[in-house]
Design a protein around this ligand. Structure first.
Ligand code: NAD
Ligand code: IPM
Ligand code: MN
Length: 351
């Protein structure tokens, strides 16, 4: 039996993950498969109460006993330095070597998209965000901190191995999913060492996939084309920080952060699934957050675990709920979080 660790997290995390869990539970009934969902209370409250963000053996336990992890979000105003989020979320990404952050940008109903006219019909691509290095390695420091002469240094790390494996993963995904083009995006005109490594590696990997077109865009112009002509994109591969930024832009094309799902993946190993959005503390406890990002994330996870039919059925149920405006306010409906989840499950039940 597949085992899933459920870490609801902070802010709106518990509310949206609750809807994801109820949806998975229904999918198990409808499609008759076995899966256990085991909750963990890691997050800001536990950290504040005990000083522990994640138990010492936490990563080892996840790696050896679980097939997947689903989380809400981490971030709480009571922890201004976000230490627990770095320990738990980045801890899992790095510690479990989840080098692919796969973020699909797929618009499921034209009315949700802020773009004009037929551009809206063309929002359907995926971002491969490098997930284990780049600007996220916490290498750096301060000199004369707090003084007028303060110096702050923060390094970006790009390794040959790290860059090659994410670029290769993007091409492999393109080939396996009938995608025609991989676009690599960097800032190699300015970052002439780190991103030159991306340039050279991309030029070496791309010819191994003669069936897939390969092109390059600097990240500034990539952002422009994502808005002006999203049809240009099929698979985008980029570094950790740029991937973070462009996928919030991508979320906007899909109807907002309440719609965007993601997976942190190491093929064949325990992998972590989470909505792209954060803990939106201003909505916490109000039953207003959009649960769709979390529910689509659960579908991504079920797909990863081999329950493809259930994953597709959940996606279809979400589309039906959106078509009928049985949704939360951020995307034009007037339902509460729990009601929006129920609406999706009503359509899933009929699948
Ligand atoms: P956020 O994603 O939490 O919220 C930004 C805005 O997006 C919200 O104000 C809201 O308007 C909208 N939004 C997000 N999720 C929504 C949902 N489900 N339904 C409806 N609207 C939604 O980003 P933020 O405000 O920059 O960050 C808040 C906290 O979350 C910070 O502590 C941040 O570090 C953290 N964070 C965590 C993760 C994660 O754990 N994966 C991701 C991003 C941010
Ligand atoms: C995301 C988030 C995280 C990131 C934060 C919370 C560390 O913004 O998953 O997109 O920057 O990766
Ligand atoms: Mn982000």
């Amino acid at each position: 039996m597949k085992r899933v660790a459920v870490i609801a997290g902070d802010g709106i995390g518990p509310e949206v993950i609750n809807e994801a869990v109820k949806t998975i539970a229904l999918a198990k009934e409808v499609f008759a498969f076995e899966l256990s969902l085991e909750p963990f209370d890691w997050g800001a409250s536990k950290y504040l109460a005990t000083g522990i963000s994640m138990p010492e053996d936490g990563l080892e336990m996840l790696a050896t006993e679980f097939d997947a992890i689903i989380t809400g979000a981490f971030g709480d105003p009571r922890v201004p330095d976000n230490k627990h989020a770095a320990d738990i979320l980045l801890g899992m990404r790095f510690g479990l070597d989840l080098y692919i952050n796969l973020r699909p940008i797929k618009l499921i109903a034209a009315k949700l998209c802020p773009l004009k006219d037929d551009r809206r019909d063309k929002v359907n691509f995926v971002v491969f965000r490098e997930n284990t290095e780049g600007m996220y390695v916490f290498m750096g420091g301060n000199f004369k901190k707090g003084s007028a002469d303060e110096v702050a240094v923060q390094e970006e790390i790009n390794t040959r191995k790290g860059v090659e494996r994410i670029i290769t993963a993007a091409f492999e995904y393109a080939r396996a999913n009938q995608r025609k083009r991989v676009t690599m995006s960097d800032k190699s005109n300015v970052l002439t060492y780190g991103h030159d490594l991306w340039q050279r590696t991309f030029k070496e990997v791309a010819p191994r996939y003669p069936d897939i077109a390969a092109n390059h865009l600097y990240v500034d112009v990539l952002a422009m084309w994502m808005v002006l002509d999203p049809e240009r994109f099929d698979v985008i591969v980029t570094n950790n920080l740029f991937g973070d930024i462009v996928t919030d832009l991508g979320a906007a094309l899909q109807g907002g952060l309440g719609m965007a799902a993601s997976g942190n993946i190491h093929p064949g190993k325990v992998s972590l699934f989470e909505p792209v959005h954060g803990s939106a503390p201003q909505f916490a406890g109000k039953n207003v957050a959009n649960p769709i990002a979390a529910i689509l994330t659960s579908a991504m996870m079920l797909d990863y675990l081999g329950f493809k039919e259930a994953a597709v059925a959940i996606e279809n149920a979400v589309e039906l709920a959106v078509q009928h405006d049985e949704t939360t306010q951020d995307i034009g409906g007037n339902l509460l979080t729990t009601e929006a989840g129920d609406a999706i499950r009503k359509y899933l039940q009929k699948a």
